[in-house]
Design a protein around this ligand. Structure first.
Ligand code: UD1
Length: 336
């Protein structure tokens, strides 16, 4: 029995592979390396001393995927694979819908064909759209997404809900991530975005190692304590452990969980913490707001605490320390 990690060579997938392997669960990884490197899997194997069954394939390629399902006995799929850049999704919506929706449909079809019961889906807090109140609770309405990337997450949630309704054997878990940051404490695996980072933490890391001159802080006139945007940053190792707990607690039907810490920090909180724990300068300039950004977003993680026995343990200090440790060790990510 093994668990299939689609997109398992990516940022969250590779950290999740470590947690599963360290807990004695065999994993297979399927990845097309469109935004990841096979080196991540080599490092996962080195860190854990275990082998990963690695397949290079596109999840949309049903024939290739069928061969992978035939060659293994999966009891669950953790579905990470997908396009994930918000700005790019606005410019190329059809590519996003085609890739993200198709891959989910292929998985549902193959789960039916091979009677694979479980699927844990990488969803996002973005499915809540523009929140009316915080913290966000799973019972709040979803939809009203602000970009095609977010809509693909919303639509895949709906596809999986309908899939579970129609198939008694199905166990569907939707994990709504808040803002994953940090890296494995070894510094061997971490976030390695292609091109200019869209997200705050990788941008800060690249400024800290001198790859970029300064950080642009998108707006300081939000209704927040210091005027900059507030988010629920979560250490990627905590997030990976959330997947392990979700897998252990899979049950018939559908369950959605927020994976966040429940605490919000501003952009400047993160920058100041990063500077302090790493003793490094991070020059920044305040610029205009980024269109589509919201002021404040953080989770109520009580449901995951209660039902999955999961809680985020690592704080902003560890997130900033581990992110920088990885970036300093490998300033050019997996290209080093
Ligand atoms: C975005 C996506 C979210 C996705 C997540 C992936 C939306 C609205 N947001 O979240 O769906 O899951 O990325 O991690 O769909 N910031 C700067 N300067 C920068 C970059 C960011 O000031 O160079 C600020 C932003 O304005 C925001 C905060 O940092 O206040 C976090 O931004 P980011 O890391 O991009 O994540 P989100 O926009 O929260």
């Amino acid at each position: 029995m093994a668990v299939l990690l689609t997109g398992g060579a990516g940022y969250i997938g590779s950290h999740t592979a470590v947690e599963f392997l360290e807990n004695g669960i065999d994993v297979a990884v399927v990845d097309n390396f469109s935004n990841s490197s096979p080196k991540a899997i080599e490092r996962v194997e080195k860190l854990t001393g275990k082998k990963v069954a690695l397949y290079e394939a596109d999840v949309c390629d049903k024939e290739k995927m069928r061969e992978i399902f035939k060659a293994n006995e999966f009891d669950a799929i953790i579905h990470f694979a997908g396009y994930k850049a918000v700005g790019e999704s606005v410019a190329k919506p059809i590519a996003y819908y085609r890739n993200n929706i198709d891959s989910a449909l292929v998985l549902c079809e193959l789960m039916t064909e091979f009677k694979v019961p479980g699927i844990v889906f990488s969803s996002s807090a973005t499915v809540y759209g523009v929140p009316e109140t915080v913290p966000l609770v799973e019972t709040m309405p979803t939809g009203n997404c602000t970009n095609p990337y977010g809509w693909t997450k919303y639509m895949i949630e709906q596809i999986l809900i309908d899939f579970a309704r129609a198939n008694d054997f199905a166990k569907v878990t939707l994990l709504r991530y808040f803002n994953p940051v940090g890296a494995h404490p070894s510094g061997e695996i971490g976030e390695d975005p292609l091109g200019i980072p869209n997200n705050l933490s990788p941008y800060v890391c690249q400024v800290a190692v001198g790859r970029r001159p300064f950080l642009s802080v998108f707006g300081n006139d939000y209704p927040t304590p210091d005027g900059t945007g507030v988010r629920d940053y979560i250490h990627v190792v905590d997030l990976a452990k959330g997947h392990l707990q979700a897998y252990r607690h899979m049950k018939q039907g559908v369950a959605a969980y927020n994976l966040g810490t429940g605490r919000g920090y501003s952009v400047l909180d993160l920058v100041e913490t990063f500077k302090r724990v790493n003793n490094v300068d991070v020059p920044y300039k305040i610029v205009d707001r980024r269109p589509g950004d919201i002021a404040t977003c953080y989770a109520d993680p009580a449901k995951a605490n209660a039902e999955l026995g999961w809680k985020a343990n690592l704080g902003l200090d560890e997130m900033c320390r581990d992110a920088y440790n990885w970036q300093r060790k490998y300033p050019n990510g997996y290209r080093d």
